[in-house]
Design a protein around this ligand. Structure first.
Ligand code: ADP
Ligand code: ASP
Ligand code: MG
Length: 421
Protein backbone atom coordinates (compact mmCIF):
# COMPACT_ATOMS: atom_id res chain seq x y z
CA UNK A 1 0.00 0.00 0.00
CA UNK A 2 1.33 3.46 -0.86
CA UNK A 3 -0.08 6.75 0.40
CA UNK A 4 0.71 10.07 -1.30
CA UNK A 5 1.32 13.53 0.13
CA UNK A 6 -2.28 14.70 0.43
CA UNK A 7 -3.20 11.46 2.22
CA UNK A 8 -0.36 12.02 4.73
CA UNK A 9 -0.89 15.77 5.29
CA UNK A 10 -1.28 15.99 9.06
CA UNK A 11 -1.96 13.67 11.98
CA UNK A 12 -5.72 13.51 11.32
CA UNK A 13 -5.18 12.23 7.78
CA UNK A 14 -2.47 9.86 8.96
CA UNK A 15 -5.01 8.37 11.37
CA UNK A 16 -7.37 7.79 8.43
CA UNK A 17 -4.51 6.06 6.59
CA UNK A 18 -3.69 3.95 9.63
CA UNK A 19 -7.30 2.77 9.72
CA UNK A 20 -7.21 1.75 6.06
CA UNK A 21 -3.99 -0.17 6.70
CA UNK A 22 -5.45 -1.83 9.80
CA UNK A 23 -8.53 -2.92 7.82
CA UNK A 24 -6.31 -4.51 5.17
CA UNK A 25 -4.37 -6.42 7.81
CA UNK A 26 -7.60 -7.45 9.53
CA UNK A 27 -8.74 -8.94 6.19
CA UNK A 28 -5.86 -11.40 6.57
CA UNK A 29 -3.08 -9.73 4.62
CA UNK A 30 0.54 -9.02 5.50
CA UNK A 31 1.12 -5.39 4.70
CA UNK A 32 4.05 -3.17 3.77
CA UNK A 33 3.21 0.53 3.52
CA UNK A 34 5.18 3.13 1.57
CA UNK A 35 4.51 6.78 2.45
CA UNK A 36 5.18 10.20 0.92
CA UNK A 37 6.06 13.37 2.80
CA UNK A 38 3.16 15.61 3.82
CA UNK A 39 1.77 17.57 0.84
CA UNK A 40 3.89 20.66 0.17
CA UNK A 41 6.73 19.51 2.42
CA UNK A 42 9.13 18.42 -0.32
CA UNK A 43 8.62 21.74 -2.17
CA UNK A 44 9.40 23.56 1.08
CA UNK A 45 12.59 21.55 1.56
CA UNK A 46 13.69 22.08 -2.05
CA UNK A 47 13.28 25.84 -1.52
CA UNK A 48 15.49 25.74 1.56
CA UNK A 49 18.22 24.12 -0.55
CA UNK A 50 17.88 26.80 -3.22
CA UNK A 51 18.07 29.55 -0.60
CA UNK A 52 21.12 27.98 1.05
CA UNK A 53 23.04 27.60 -2.19
CA UNK A 54 21.67 28.16 -5.69
CA UNK A 55 24.26 25.74 -7.09
CA UNK A 56 23.44 23.10 -4.48
CA UNK A 57 25.30 19.82 -4.22
CA UNK A 58 22.77 17.08 -5.11
CA UNK A 59 24.13 14.78 -2.39
CA UNK A 60 23.31 17.34 0.32
CA UNK A 61 20.00 18.17 -1.41
CA UNK A 62 19.11 14.49 -0.96
CA UNK A 63 19.91 14.69 2.77
CA UNK A 64 17.48 17.58 3.11
CA UNK A 65 14.59 16.50 0.88
CA UNK A 66 14.50 12.87 2.03
CA UNK A 67 13.64 14.06 5.54
CA UNK A 68 9.95 14.66 4.76
CA UNK A 69 9.32 10.94 4.34
CA UNK A 70 11.29 10.07 7.48
CA UNK A 71 8.80 12.17 9.46
CA UNK A 72 5.65 10.61 7.95
CA UNK A 73 6.94 7.03 8.19
CA UNK A 74 7.62 7.47 11.90
CA UNK A 75 4.25 9.15 12.43
CA UNK A 76 2.36 6.37 10.65
CA UNK A 77 4.17 3.69 12.69
CA UNK A 78 3.29 5.59 15.89
CA UNK A 79 -0.35 5.95 14.84
CA UNK A 80 -0.64 2.25 13.95
CA UNK A 81 0.83 1.39 17.35
CA UNK A 82 -1.77 3.65 19.00
CA UNK A 83 -4.46 1.55 17.26
CA UNK A 84 -2.96 -1.60 18.75
CA UNK A 85 -1.10 -2.81 15.64
CA UNK A 86 2.51 -3.96 15.63
CA UNK A 87 4.39 -1.61 13.30
CA UNK A 88 7.85 -0.20 12.65
CA UNK A 89 9.54 2.08 10.14
CA UNK A 90 12.32 0.92 7.81
CA UNK A 91 14.41 3.80 6.46
CA UNK A 92 16.03 3.45 3.04
CA UNK A 93 19.45 2.59 4.51
CA UNK A 94 18.00 0.12 7.01
CA UNK A 95 16.46 -2.32 4.51
CA UNK A 96 18.52 -1.34 2.51
CA UNK A 97 17.15 0.04 -0.79
CA UNK A 98 20.35 0.23 -2.85
CA UNK A 99 20.30 2.81 -5.64
CA UNK A 100 22.57 3.65 -8.53
CA UNK A 101 23.35 6.69 -10.64
CA UNK A 102 22.97 10.33 -9.78
CA UNK A 103 21.81 11.92 -6.56
CA UNK A 104 18.36 13.56 -6.82
CA UNK A 105 17.42 11.16 -9.62
CA UNK A 106 18.70 7.82 -8.39
CA UNK A 107 17.39 4.49 -9.66
CA UNK A 108 16.61 1.48 -7.51
CA UNK A 109 19.19 -1.26 -8.04
CA UNK A 110 18.48 -3.96 -5.46
CA UNK A 111 16.35 -4.26 -2.34
CA UNK A 112 17.24 -6.65 0.43
CA UNK A 113 13.81 -7.34 1.87
CA UNK A 114 14.68 -10.41 3.97
CA UNK A 115 14.52 -8.72 7.40
CA UNK A 116 11.40 -6.85 6.37
CA UNK A 117 9.64 -10.02 5.20
CA UNK A 118 10.59 -11.79 8.44
CA UNK A 119 9.05 -8.95 10.45
CA UNK A 120 5.91 -8.99 8.29
CA UNK A 121 5.63 -12.76 8.74
CA UNK A 122 5.65 -12.11 12.50
CA UNK A 123 2.59 -9.86 12.10
CA UNK A 124 4.36 -6.50 12.08
CA UNK A 125 3.29 -3.82 9.61
CA UNK A 126 6.33 -2.49 7.74
CA UNK A 127 6.28 1.26 7.12
CA UNK A 128 8.74 2.49 4.48
CA UNK A 129 9.51 6.12 3.66
CA UNK A 130 9.13 6.50 -0.11
CA UNK A 131 11.44 8.49 -2.37
CA UNK A 132 14.66 7.53 -0.54
CA UNK A 133 17.42 4.98 -0.97
CA UNK A 134 21.10 4.64 -0.26
CA UNK A 135 24.11 4.89 -2.59
CA UNK A 136 26.98 2.41 -2.77
CA UNK A 137 28.99 4.66 -0.42
CA UNK A 138 26.13 4.74 2.09
CA UNK A 139 24.91 8.23 1.39
CA UNK A 140 21.18 8.95 1.25
CA UNK A 141 19.69 9.28 -2.26
CA UNK A 142 16.28 10.26 -3.67
CA UNK A 143 14.46 8.92 -6.72
CA UNK A 144 13.26 12.15 -8.38
CA UNK A 145 10.04 14.05 -7.73
CA UNK A 146 7.02 11.79 -7.34
CA UNK A 147 9.43 8.92 -6.59
CA UNK A 148 7.43 7.33 -3.78
CA UNK A 149 5.35 5.56 -6.43
CA UNK A 150 8.55 3.94 -7.67
CA UNK A 151 9.57 3.02 -4.10
CA UNK A 152 6.22 1.30 -3.67
CA UNK A 153 6.45 -0.71 -6.88
CA UNK A 154 10.08 -1.65 -6.12
CA UNK A 155 9.19 -2.88 -2.62
CA UNK A 156 6.16 -4.75 -4.00
CA UNK A 157 8.44 -6.50 -6.51
CA UNK A 158 11.07 -7.27 -3.87
CA UNK A 159 8.61 -8.91 -1.46
CA UNK A 160 6.57 -10.59 -4.21
CA UNK A 161 3.41 -8.72 -3.23
CA UNK A 162 0.06 -9.82 -4.66
CA UNK A 163 -0.75 -6.22 -5.46
CA UNK A 164 0.58 -2.69 -5.11
CA UNK A 165 -2.26 -0.32 -4.16
CA UNK A 166 -1.39 3.34 -4.80
CA UNK A 167 -3.71 5.43 -2.62
CA UNK A 168 -4.00 9.07 -3.69
CA UNK A 169 -6.44 12.00 -3.70
CA UNK A 170 -8.43 10.83 -6.75
CA UNK A 171 -10.14 7.44 -6.99
CA UNK A 172 -8.36 6.16 -10.08
CA UNK A 173 -6.82 7.01 -13.41
CA UNK A 174 -9.16 9.17 -15.47
CA UNK A 175 -9.40 9.91 -19.19
CA UNK A 176 -7.71 13.21 -18.29
CA UNK A 177 -6.85 15.15 -15.13
CA UNK A 178 -10.23 15.28 -13.33
CA UNK A 179 -9.20 18.57 -11.74
CA UNK A 180 -9.25 20.19 -15.19
CA UNK A 181 -12.12 18.42 -16.92
CA UNK A 182 -15.17 17.80 -14.76
CA UNK A 183 -16.46 15.34 -17.35
CA UNK A 184 -13.34 13.15 -17.18
CA UNK A 185 -14.24 9.47 -16.82
CA UNK A 186 -12.63 6.98 -14.47
CA UNK A 187 -11.02 4.06 -16.28
CA UNK A 188 -11.60 0.60 -14.87
CA UNK A 189 -8.29 -0.52 -16.36
CA UNK A 190 -5.47 0.89 -18.41
CA UNK A 191 -2.56 -0.99 -19.98
CA UNK A 192 1.02 -0.57 -18.74
CA UNK A 193 2.01 0.71 -22.16
CA UNK A 194 -0.66 3.42 -22.17
CA UNK A 195 -0.05 4.40 -18.54
CA UNK A 196 3.68 4.67 -19.24
CA UNK A 197 3.01 6.98 -22.14
CA UNK A 198 0.38 9.02 -20.23
CA UNK A 199 2.69 9.47 -17.23
CA UNK A 200 5.62 10.46 -19.41
CA UNK A 201 3.59 13.20 -21.11
CA UNK A 202 2.31 14.73 -17.88
CA UNK A 203 -0.33 12.57 -16.12
CA UNK A 204 1.44 12.79 -12.78
CA UNK A 205 -0.95 10.43 -10.99
CA UNK A 206 1.90 7.87 -11.25
CA UNK A 207 5.61 8.61 -11.63
CA UNK A 208 6.67 7.38 -15.10
CA UNK A 209 9.43 5.21 -13.72
CA UNK A 210 7.07 3.37 -11.39
CA UNK A 211 5.00 2.26 -14.38
CA UNK A 212 8.06 1.08 -16.30
CA UNK A 213 9.22 -0.88 -13.28
CA UNK A 214 5.78 -2.42 -12.70
CA UNK A 215 5.66 -3.49 -16.35
CA UNK A 216 9.14 -5.02 -16.20
CA UNK A 217 8.55 -6.81 -12.90
CA UNK A 218 4.94 -7.76 -13.58
CA UNK A 219 3.67 -5.97 -10.45
CA UNK A 220 -0.13 -5.62 -10.31
CA UNK A 221 -0.83 -1.95 -9.60
CA UNK A 222 -4.14 -0.39 -8.56
CA UNK A 223 -4.70 3.38 -8.19
CA UNK A 224 -7.41 4.30 -5.67
CA UNK A 225 -8.49 7.00 -3.20
CA UNK A 226 -7.55 7.23 0.47
CA UNK A 227 -10.46 9.63 1.03
CA UNK A 228 -13.01 6.91 1.73
CA UNK A 229 -15.55 6.05 4.41
CA UNK A 230 -15.27 3.20 6.88
CA UNK A 231 -17.96 1.26 5.00
CA UNK A 232 -16.64 1.77 1.45
CA UNK A 233 -15.68 -1.32 -0.56
CA UNK A 234 -12.38 -2.98 0.30
CA UNK A 235 -9.43 -2.47 -2.03
CA UNK A 236 -9.74 -6.17 -2.92
CA UNK A 237 -13.00 -5.39 -4.71
CA UNK A 238 -10.87 -3.26 -7.04
CA UNK A 239 -12.76 0.02 -6.72
CA UNK A 240 -9.92 1.97 -8.38
CA UNK A 241 -8.10 1.62 -11.70
CA UNK A 242 -6.02 -1.49 -12.41
CA UNK A 243 -2.90 -1.19 -14.55
CA UNK A 244 -2.97 -4.34 -16.66
CA UNK A 245 -1.14 -6.18 -19.43
CA UNK A 246 -2.47 -6.05 -22.98
CA UNK A 247 -3.66 -9.68 -22.58
CA UNK A 248 -5.65 -8.84 -19.44
CA UNK A 249 -7.09 -5.82 -21.21
CA UNK A 250 -8.23 -8.00 -24.13
CA UNK A 251 -10.07 -10.15 -21.58
CA UNK A 252 -11.73 -7.13 -19.94
CA UNK A 253 -12.82 -5.88 -23.37
CA UNK A 254 -14.09 -9.32 -24.37
CA UNK A 255 -16.12 -9.58 -21.17
CA UNK A 256 -17.76 -6.32 -22.23
CA UNK A 257 -16.64 -4.52 -19.07
CA UNK A 258 -15.07 -1.74 -21.12
CA UNK A 259 -15.11 -0.36 -24.63
CA UNK A 260 -11.84 0.35 -26.39
CA UNK A 261 -11.66 3.94 -27.59
CA UNK A 262 -9.17 5.12 -30.19
CA UNK A 263 -7.87 7.51 -27.55
CA UNK A 264 -7.65 6.32 -23.95
CA UNK A 265 -6.49 9.50 -22.30
CA UNK A 266 -5.28 13.06 -22.69
CA UNK A 267 -2.45 14.66 -20.72
CA UNK A 268 -0.83 18.06 -20.55
CA UNK A 269 2.60 19.26 -19.50
CA UNK A 270 3.49 22.87 -18.75
CA UNK A 271 7.02 22.13 -17.62
CA UNK A 272 8.80 22.37 -20.94
CA UNK A 273 10.34 25.38 -22.64
CA UNK A 274 10.93 26.08 -26.31
CA UNK A 275 14.27 27.09 -27.84
CA UNK A 276 14.63 28.37 -31.41
CA UNK A 277 18.04 28.72 -33.03
CA UNK A 278 17.79 30.88 -36.13
CA UNK A 279 19.85 30.68 -39.30
CA UNK A 280 21.70 27.48 -38.55
CA UNK A 281 23.83 26.37 -41.55
CA UNK A 282 21.92 23.72 -43.52
CA UNK A 283 24.71 21.15 -43.77
CA UNK A 284 25.64 17.70 -42.41
CA UNK A 285 26.63 17.81 -38.72
CA UNK A 286 24.81 21.03 -37.87
CA UNK A 287 22.15 19.43 -35.65
CA UNK A 288 24.72 17.13 -34.06
CA UNK A 289 26.59 20.24 -32.90
CA UNK A 290 23.42 21.50 -31.23
CA UNK A 291 22.33 18.36 -29.45
CA UNK A 292 25.65 16.81 -28.41
CA UNK A 293 26.47 19.37 -25.71
CA UNK A 294 22.91 19.12 -24.35
CA UNK A 295 23.11 15.33 -24.21
CA UNK A 296 26.48 15.49 -22.45
CA UNK A 297 24.87 17.73 -19.81
CA UNK A 298 22.00 15.19 -19.36
CA UNK A 299 19.45 17.67 -20.70
CA UNK A 300 16.54 15.82 -22.27
CA UNK A 301 15.40 17.23 -25.56
CA UNK A 302 11.82 16.33 -26.42
CA UNK A 303 10.14 17.83 -29.50
CA UNK A 304 12.42 18.80 -32.41
CA UNK A 305 11.58 20.57 -35.65
CA UNK A 306 14.05 21.53 -38.31
CA UNK A 307 12.43 23.87 -40.79
CA UNK A 308 12.94 23.51 -44.51
CA UNK A 309 16.08 25.38 -45.47
CA UNK A 310 15.61 29.09 -46.14
CA UNK A 311 17.58 30.80 -48.86
CA UNK A 312 21.35 30.93 -48.46
CA UNK A 313 21.50 27.37 -47.10
CA UNK A 314 20.23 28.23 -43.62
CA UNK A 315 17.50 26.75 -41.46
CA UNK A 316 15.78 27.40 -38.10
CA UNK A 317 15.87 24.62 -35.50
CA UNK A 318 13.18 24.52 -32.78
CA UNK A 319 13.13 22.12 -29.83
CA UNK A 320 11.97 21.77 -26.23
CA UNK A 321 13.84 21.11 -22.98
CA UNK A 322 12.57 20.90 -19.38
CA UNK A 323 11.99 24.43 -18.03
CA UNK A 324 14.33 23.69 -15.13
CA UNK A 325 17.16 23.09 -17.64
CA UNK A 326 16.43 26.10 -19.85
CA UNK A 327 19.07 28.45 -18.39
CA UNK A 328 21.74 25.75 -18.54
CA UNK A 329 20.80 24.80 -22.10
CA UNK A 330 20.95 28.42 -23.19
CA UNK A 331 24.40 28.89 -21.64
CA UNK A 332 25.73 25.71 -23.28
CA UNK A 333 24.41 26.77 -26.69
CA UNK A 334 25.90 30.26 -26.33
CA UNK A 335 29.26 28.58 -25.61
CA UNK A 336 28.94 26.64 -28.86
CA UNK A 337 27.74 29.60 -30.92
CA UNK A 338 30.68 29.60 -33.32
CA UNK A 339 30.79 25.80 -33.67
CA UNK A 340 27.05 25.65 -34.42
CA UNK A 341 26.98 28.91 -36.38
CA UNK A 342 23.47 30.12 -35.49
CA UNK A 343 22.32 33.72 -35.50
CA UNK A 344 19.93 34.13 -32.53
CA UNK A 345 18.57 32.08 -29.64
CA UNK A 346 14.88 32.69 -28.94
CA UNK A 347 13.34 31.04 -25.87
CA UNK A 348 9.76 30.74 -24.61
CA UNK A 349 8.62 29.11 -21.36
CA UNK A 350 4.96 29.88 -21.91
CA UNK A 351 4.23 26.78 -23.89
CA UNK A 352 2.37 23.57 -23.10
CA UNK A 353 2.44 20.12 -24.58
CA UNK A 354 -0.91 18.39 -25.04
CA UNK A 355 -0.87 14.67 -25.79
CA UNK A 356 -3.48 12.12 -26.75
CA UNK A 357 -2.62 8.50 -25.96
CA UNK A 358 -4.24 5.21 -26.86
CA UNK A 359 -3.33 1.70 -28.00
CA UNK A 360 -6.48 1.94 -30.14
CA UNK A 361 -4.76 4.40 -32.49
CA UNK A 362 -2.38 1.66 -33.72
CA UNK A 363 -5.21 0.29 -35.82
CA UNK A 364 -7.11 3.50 -36.60
CA UNK A 365 -6.25 6.24 -39.02
CA UNK A 366 -7.34 9.82 -38.46
CA UNK A 367 -6.57 10.28 -34.76
CA UNK A 368 -4.07 13.06 -35.44
CA UNK A 369 -6.35 14.71 -38.00
CA UNK A 370 -9.19 14.83 -35.44
CA UNK A 371 -6.83 16.53 -33.01
CA UNK A 372 -5.65 19.17 -35.48
CA UNK A 373 -9.17 19.95 -36.61
CA UNK A 374 -10.62 20.23 -33.10
CA UNK A 375 -7.85 22.65 -32.10
CA UNK A 376 -8.15 24.66 -35.32
CA UNK A 377 -11.92 25.04 -34.83
CA UNK A 378 -11.17 26.81 -31.55
CA UNK A 379 -8.43 28.95 -33.07
CA UNK A 380 -5.67 27.17 -31.11
CA UNK A 381 -2.38 27.39 -32.99
CA UNK A 382 -0.07 24.35 -33.13
CA UNK A 383 3.63 25.21 -32.87
CA UNK A 384 5.12 21.71 -33.10
CA UNK A 385 3.99 18.09 -33.41
CA UNK A 386 5.49 14.74 -32.42
CA UNK A 387 4.03 11.28 -32.65
CA UNK A 388 4.74 7.74 -31.54
CA UNK A 389 2.85 4.54 -32.25
CA UNK A 390 0.32 5.23 -29.49
CA UNK A 391 0.62 9.01 -28.97
CA UNK A 392 0.23 12.35 -30.72
CA UNK A 393 1.60 15.47 -28.98
CA UNK A 394 1.31 19.11 -29.96
CA UNK A 395 2.92 22.24 -28.57
CA UNK A 396 0.61 25.20 -27.98
CA UNK A 397 0.50 28.48 -26.06
CA UNK A 398 0.36 27.77 -22.32
CA UNK A 399 -2.69 30.00 -21.81
CA UNK A 400 -4.73 27.66 -24.02
CA UNK A 401 -3.93 24.46 -22.09
CA UNK A 402 -7.22 23.95 -20.27
CA UNK A 403 -9.30 24.86 -23.29
CA UNK A 404 -7.33 22.47 -25.52
CA UNK A 405 -7.67 19.56 -23.09
CA UNK A 406 -11.43 20.10 -22.79
CA UNK A 407 -11.97 20.46 -26.53
CA UNK A 408 -10.02 17.28 -27.27
CA UNK A 409 -11.76 15.34 -24.52
CA UNK A 410 -15.06 16.12 -26.22
CA UNK A 411 -13.72 15.57 -29.74
CA UNK A 412 -12.65 11.99 -28.95
CA UNK A 413 -15.98 11.20 -27.30
CA UNK A 414 -14.46 10.78 -23.85
CA UNK A 415 -16.85 13.03 -21.90
CA UNK A 416 -18.85 11.25 -19.24
CA UNK A 417 -22.56 11.46 -20.06
CA UNK A 418 -24.18 14.32 -18.16
CA UNK A 419 -26.23 12.06 -15.91
CA UNK A 420 -23.11 10.04 -15.00
CA UNK A 421 -20.99 13.16 -14.47
P1 ADP B 1 0.14 11.80 -4.55
O1 ADP B 1 0.55 12.90 -3.63
O2 ADP B 1 -0.88 10.90 -3.94
O3 ADP B 1 1.31 11.06 -5.12
P2 ADP B 1 -0.16 13.29 -7.03
O4 ADP B 1 -0.54 14.72 -6.85
O5 ADP B 1 1.25 12.97 -7.34
O6 ADP B 1 -0.66 12.50 -5.73
O7 ADP B 1 -1.09 12.62 -8.16
C1 ADP B 1 -2.49 12.71 -8.09
C2 ADP B 1 -3.00 13.82 -8.99
O8 ADP B 1 -2.74 13.49 -10.34
C3 ADP B 1 -4.48 14.06 -8.95
O9 ADP B 1 -4.84 14.93 -7.90
C4 ADP B 1 -4.79 14.64 -10.33
O10 ADP B 1 -4.96 16.06 -10.29
C5 ADP B 1 -3.54 14.35 -11.14
N1 ADP B 1 -3.82 13.70 -12.43
C6 ADP B 1 -3.29 14.09 -13.62
N2 ADP B 1 -3.76 13.34 -14.61
C7 ADP B 1 -4.60 12.43 -14.07
C8 ADP B 1 -5.40 11.37 -14.61
N3 ADP B 1 -5.41 11.09 -15.92
N4 ADP B 1 -6.15 10.64 -13.75
C9 ADP B 1 -6.15 10.91 -12.44
N5 ADP B 1 -5.43 11.90 -11.86
C10 ADP B 1 -4.65 12.67 -12.66
N1 ASP C 1 7.71 13.64 -1.55
C1 ASP C 1 8.30 13.43 -2.85
C2 ASP C 1 7.82 14.49 -3.84
O1 ASP C 1 7.03 15.35 -3.47
C3 ASP C 1 8.05 12.05 -3.38
C4 ASP C 1 6.59 11.68 -3.56
O2 ASP C 1 5.72 12.26 -2.91
O3 ASP C 1 6.32 10.77 -4.35
O4 ASP C 1 8.27 14.51 -4.95
MG1 MG D 1 2.62 11.49 -6.75
Amino acid sequence: MKFGGTSMAGTERIRRVANIVRRQQAAGDSVAVVVSAMAGETDRLVNFCREANAMYDPAEYDVVVASGEQVTSGLLALTLQSLGCKARSWLGWQMPIATIEAHAKARVDTIDASALVAAMDAGEIAVIPGFQGVSSDWRITTLGRGGSDTSAVAVAAAIGADRCDIYTDVDGVYTTDPRIVAKARKLKAVTYEEMLELASVGAKVLQTRSVGLAMKEGVRVQVLSSFIDEDSPSADDLPGTMIVSEAEMEQILEDGEMERQHVTGIAHDKNEAKIILTRVPDKPGAVAHIFEPLANASINVDMIIQNVGRDKGETDVTFTVPQTDLARAQALLEDQRSAIGFNRIITDSKIAKISVVGVGMKSHAGVAATMFKALADRGINIQAITTSEIKVSVMIDEDETELAVRVLHTAYGLDASDEAA
